[in-house]
Design a protein around this ligand. Structure first.
Ligand code: ATP
Length: 306
């Protein structure tokens, strides 16, 4: 029914403009607070890494805000090959969880495990190659498209082109006179949001990561770009363990597991259907949005709603 459709539409707008604004202001602090690559000279390199991620009783507080605990005794498990969607109100701790997996920070107590090993015992240079992050607003550098894709890896032209094809970037790159040598940034071409994202996906793909971390875009791209970005993301997710800060209804519906993060804790977890059947936070979030207004149908696949 339309009402149900509206509820779903509102769900997809849960993480809307307000949160984006907040996010942008926090990002600045992010960079200030982050540790430089945590070194671990004797860090282990595992011969094989599956996509298993686990939080065991993790507590975390940002050093710059010691009075505000952000992650409070979190236990979570992501099994290899799963697509796990993190959802929940702004400021709940979703991005922080992702940062802890990347080891931009260490927990105050508790452990984060990757492939069954404590993250702090692993060689950070090694495991960061196994994890790729595609963020909402990817950072591109003032260099060639080619170098932006290869960033962080020595890659052949062929590998770069293959990654760009997989991420639906090859075609638009070839429309530039200088192709892959085209400069981006102030002295080069201006890319649209969707094009930047496709470059970022190519950058992630070239690492062939075991784990893909994804922060879904909240702001609507133009329809064409939206489709191409989504197709590229779907391709990138195949065969990988994915942890996604989710905004799209189709993402939460298709996730192996949805984890609702609220105030640094897991409020609920289960599949989208299970959570809706259960009269809890997830369902309340949907209903609250119904009365709060601010619908955004752009990113919603209405046809998929029964
Ligand atoms: P959003 O949906 O808005 O991105 P989120 O669920 O991802 O939110 P986080 O960004 O992880 O939440 O933020 C959790 C809490 O930590 C918030 O209270 C936020 O103000 C705080 N926070 C986030 N980053 C930093 C930082 N670098 N320094 C200090 N506090 C931070």
């Amino acid at each position: 029914t339309l009402q149900v459709a509206m509820a779903f539409a509102l769900l997809s707008s849960l993480y809307g403009d307000f949160m984006q604004a907040l996010g942008a202001s926090l990002r600045i602090f992010d960079l200030m607070d982050r540790k430089p690559l945590v070194s671990n000279e004797n860090g282990e390199i595992l011969p094989l890494l599956d996509g298993h991620v686990e939080f065991k009783n993790v507590f975390f507080t940002y050093p710059s805000r010691p009075e505000t605990p952000v992650i409070k005794g979190m236990n979570l498990t992501v099994n290899p090959g799963q697509v796990v969607a993190l959802v929940g109100p702004s400021g709940g701790g979703k991005s922080t969880i992702v940062s802890l997996i990347e080891r931009f920070y260490d927990p105050d107590s508790g452990t984060v495990l990757l492939g069954g090993r404590e993250l702090s015992t692993l060689d950070p240079h090694w495991f960061r190659q196994k994890i790729s992050m595609v963020s909402q607003e990817p950072t591109l550098f003032a260099c060639s498209i080619k170098d932006n894709i290869a960033y962080g890896k020595v890659a052949t032209d062929q590998e770069i082109e293959e990654a760009a094809k997989q991420s639906n970037a090859h075609e638009f790159i070839m429309t530039f006179e200088n192709g892959y040598e085209t400069l981006v940034g102030e002295r080069g071409v201006r890319l649209s949001g969707g094009q930047k994202q496709r470059i970022a996906i190519a950058r992630a793909l070239i690492m062939d990561p075991v784990i893909l971390l994804l922060d879904e875009a909240t702001s609507a791209l133009d329809a064409e770009s939206e489709h191409l970005v989504q197709e590229a993301i779907d391709r990138a997710m195949k065969g990988r363990t994915v942890i996604v800060i989710a905004h799209r209804l189709s993402t939460v519906r298709n996730a192996s597991k949805v984890i609702v993060i609220e105030k640094g804790e897991i409020a609920e977890q289960g599949t989208h259907d299970e959570l809706l059947a259960h009269n809890g936070v997830y369902k309340r979030l949907v209903l609250r949005q119904l009365t709060a207004g601010g619908m955004n149908f752009d990113q919603l696949d209405i046809n998929s709603i029964q």
